[in-house]
Design a protein around this ligand. Structure first.
Ligand code: PEP
Ligand code: MG
Length: 831
């Protein structure tokens, strides 16, 4: 006699691995046979076998019958039924969602907390190189000679006196914050402890420079261990002062020579000038304590494709010059010590990134067209003419923004008209009739030009910058305008004026242009008489006079970096409030829509060249806006073109209309996620099949599978999918016996339902307690809104198949990806 109990399956996702595992654990306590019959398909599952349960394909609302018989059937029946009545329904609860914001270390990257530090990602990438602590490198010119105690002491004393008076002199006319820093420096130069420490070293036969360096490290080490952050901050001041003292004795290091080999630069802060004065060939990465995603140093780093993270606390005291470090700005960490397994992880990462690059290679030379045939030009932002060839080779259809002020800043000198002409001409020729938008000088804000001697301002971003300074520096701007006008004879050159806030500013510039053109005519110098003149839309006042501006300008380019800072009243340098100036705020989207509509209504062209133009997640909104062009850092061009190809203009316009009616940027993000485009991918393909994996352990195996999805453009967030797979794995091991494991998950980060198959050269032990090692992994990743029930359908089919030796043997004995693909499609009835 057996005991039976009928019930309706209450689980939304059917009986999958976790509920099956819960039932198995209860049933296994009894010797009786415990089975479950699915009345819908007449399959009977052994409750003590998870595989058997999954294979029976129990779905929500299926009629089920529990059948128990054996010696302890009464006890077994009571316990299982009690669980079915009170607890089973909860066994299907959603796993907590994986949040994209937090930094998380992938399980495959086995690393101890003390071996890395974290920061905020501003330019993605990966770099492995020696660290260069910039402040220390400024002191690299200390000779080794020691000329005598008295002489070295005298040098030190003289350096102290001259640095003191230099700082004291510079105190006048300084803004409050700067003055406070200088006053702090003044007190450090006069500090008796510092003097004593240096004197002590000199007495022990160290020369003055090394004695100062020694004192600097001594104080840094002492202060580093204090609990107070404020006290720790003093380390940087001490280092600055010591650098100043050393420079007083030995002179400043030639800045270009600071970097002599490829390295990752570590600094508290780096101004655009300091950055431009470094030898760019050697900058493999940037690790900064300060900086935000639209500060100019970061824009430059993005433009040069230099991996960068900011907000790394005390980077300069934790990291030492010459130390080999890894900067992983895909997840936002700097690795300070590398084990063998860390090195292996980064080999795999490199392989993943190379594979992904190959995937997008086909978009390099194709024009950017939406699926319903609308064109949007994808252009590049550059800061030097040397970049022109590079950006066109990476798929740029034009140069949408040539930030010329960097030419002035890299030498802190005004380039002559002829020098500039050669530079602009070179870019125009490289573009071969594709347009080159050259922006006139945009000095001010965070872009200083010492040789102009502009007075320091309390609010430089609201101050004397860009077009506002042109009348005062008429000679300098005339030289630039002339150089651009002359270059227009060599290609499709256009001129763009920054920071316009009123009509008279553009009228002034246009009058100047006509004057210059007349002058060139008199001298028989060629130029394009119809060179288009454009205005940057960065200041909100322009939005209300677009009708008037359209009478003056031939085209417009939206500078979202400044526009957002002025629309939201958020300093673009201030990381603390950066979230308030979110480009995806409905208010900002409304502003953008108004701008594009008004300009288009008057038949004029409008592009976007701020950092928003390279924001992949915003692409449906940018397409929906109907922009004529977007201009971005060159690295992302193929990716952006691929995104545009997958979007329809019509659908994007609808998404934009919904977005502007959302009530927060979070809501806009959810809207974008819900409307994520599904590329037309089959659930399995040959690029998801690997037959000779050298993965060494379970973590690497899962990583390799998820990396296949990334390389195949089925996800942009492989690390988050990896975490989701592990979240399931933590609850229930997916090794199903017979040498097979089926890790799986549903994910909001999956763009397409996907199955990966990996065969391992050396079987992998999935769980320490299990003997049976895994020879084949089949990973199933299903999109979050799985309304068709693909997750359970495929999973249970797979589980059923794995129970058959024919299926297993075929996969074990075949290594041809094409053959495996065909076989899997037939076996799993995939069209
Ligand atoms: C902008 O403000 O968006 C822009 C492109 O100009 P910059 O970042 O150089 O100020
Ligand atoms: Mg700007």
């Amino acid at each position: 006699m057996s005991l039976e109990y009928s019930f309706i399956c209450p689980l939304k996702n059917g009986i999958h691995a976790r509920p099956a595992n819960a039932l198995e654990l209860i049933a296994a306590k009894y010797s009786s046979n415990v089975s479950l019959r699915n009345e819908r398909n007449a399959r009977i599952a052994n409750v003590k076998s998870v595989l058997s349960m999954i294979s029976a394909d129990f779905k929500l609302n299926d009629s089920c019958k529990l059948i128990v018989n054996g010696d302890d059937e009464n006890a077994a029946y009571d316990t299982v039924v009690a669980y079915l009545k009170n607890g089973f329904a909860e066994s299907d609860e959603q796993l907590p969602p994986v949040c994209a914001e937090e930094i998380s270390i992938p399980p495959s990257l086995k690393i101890e907390k003390q071996d890395y530090c974290t920061g905020t990602v501003v330019v993605k990438g990966l770099s492995i190189a020696k660290a260069a602590i910039l402040n220390n490198l400024f002191t690299a010119n200390i000779p080794s000679v020691f000329i005598g105690k008295d002489e070295e002491l005298a040098k030190f004393k003289k350096a102290v006196d001259s640095l003191k008076s230099k700082i004291a002199d510079s105190l006048t006319n300084k803004a409050k914050t700067e003055r406070k820093i200088l006053e702090a420096h003044l007190s450090i130069v006069s500090d008796p402890e510092l003097a004593e420490k240096v004197t002590e070293s000199i007495r022990a036969s160290m020369n003055a420079g090394n004695a100062i360096l020694n004192a600097s490290s001594y104080f840094a080490d002492t202060l580093k261990n204090t609990q107070s952050e404020l006290i720790q901050q003093r380390i940087f001041d001490i280092q600055d002062v010591c650098t100043g003292l050393i420079e007083q004795i030995y002179g400043a290091v030639q800045k270009k020579d600071i970097l002599v080999e490829p390295c990752i630069c570590v600094a508290q802060n780096l101004t655009p000038n300091q950055f431009l004065n470094l030898d760019r060939r050697f900058i493999k990465g940037l690790v900064l304590s300060h900086g935000s995603s639209t500060s100019h140093t970061i824009i430059l780093a993005r433009s040069f494709g230099i991996p960068t993270i900011v907000g790394v606390e005390h980077a300069q005291t934790i990291i030492r010059t010459g130390q080999e470090i890894i900067l992983d700005s895909n997840i936002g960490i700097v690795i300070l010590r590398q084990s063998e397994s860390v090195k292996r992880y980064y080999l795999l990462e490199q392989r993943k990134l190379n594979n992904r690059k190959k995937q997008y290679a086909k978009f390099v030379q194709t024009p950017a067209l939406t699926s319903d045939g609308r064109q949007i030009e994808v252009a590049a932002n550059i800061v030097s003419s040397q970049e022109a060839d590079l950006v066109f080779n990476n798929g740029a259809q034009a140069i949408g923004l040539f930030r010329t002020e960097m030419l002035y800043m890299s030498n802190d000198a005004i380039p002559s008209e002829d020098q500039q002409f050669e530079i602009y001409k070179k870019a125009a020729i490289a573009a071969a009739q594709k347009s080159v938008i050259i922006r006139t000088l945009d000095i001010g804000g965070d872009k200083e030009l010492q040789c102009l001697n502009l007075e320091p301002e309390a609010n430089p971003f609201l101050g004397y910058r860009a077009v506002r300074i042109y009348p005062e520096f008429e000679k300098i701007i005339t030289a630039q305008l002339t150089a651009i006008i002359r270059a227009s004879a060599f290609g499709a050159v256009k001129m763009l004026i920054p920071m316009v806030s009123s009509l008279d500013e553009i009228v002034w510039v246009k009058r100047k242009i006509i004057e210059i053109q007349n002058h060139l005519l008199e001298q028989n110098i060629n130029f394009n008489n119809n060179m288009p003149i454009g205005i940057m839309i960065e200041v909100p006042s322009t939005i209300f006079i677009l009708d008037q501006l359209c009478n003056e300008a031939d085209f417009f380019s939206i500078g979202t970096n400044d526009l957002a800072q002025y629309v939201f009243a958020v300093d673009r340098e201030n990381k603390k409030i950066a979230k308030l100036a979110d480009n995806l705020q409905p208010a900002f989207l409304r502003v953008l829509k108004t701008i594009v509509q008004q300009i288009h209504a008057r038949g004029k062209w409008v592009g976007m060249c701020g950092e928003m133009a390279g924001q992949i997640e915003a692409m449906p909104l940018l397409v929906g806006l109907g922009l004529d062009e977007i201009s971005l850092g060159c690295d992302n061009i193929p990716l952006v073109k691929a995104a545009i190809h997958s979007l329809s203009f019509e659908k994007c316009s609808r998404i934009l209309d919904s977005a502007i009616n959302c009530t927060s940027s979070q809501e806009v993000r959810s809207l974008l996620a819900a409307n994520q485009n599904t590329p037309d991918f089959a659930i399995i393909d040959t690029d998801l099949i690997v037959t000779d994996s050298d993965s060494l352990n379970k973590e690497e195996a899962v990583k390799q599978a998820v990396d296949l999805l990334f390389a195949a453009a089925r996800t942009d967030k492989p690390q988050l999918i990896e975490r989701e797979v592990w979240n399931r794995e933590a609850v229930y091991s997916t090794s199903l016996g017979y040498g097979f494991a089926i890790p799986h998950c549903k994910s909001a980060y999956a763009k397409a339902n996907s199955i990966c198959l990996i065969k391992f050269k050396n079987p992998i032990r999935w769980n320490p307690q299990e003997e049976d090692a895994v020879k084949i992994l089949i990973m199933l990743v299903v999109k979050q809104d799985d309304s068709a029930g693909t997750h359970m359908q495929v999973f249970s089919k797979l589980a059923r198949k794995i129970m058959h030796s024919d299926f297993r043997n075929f996969l074990l004995s075949n290594d041809d990806a094409g053959v495996i693909l065909k076989f899997l499609k037939e076996s799993l009835e995939i069209k």
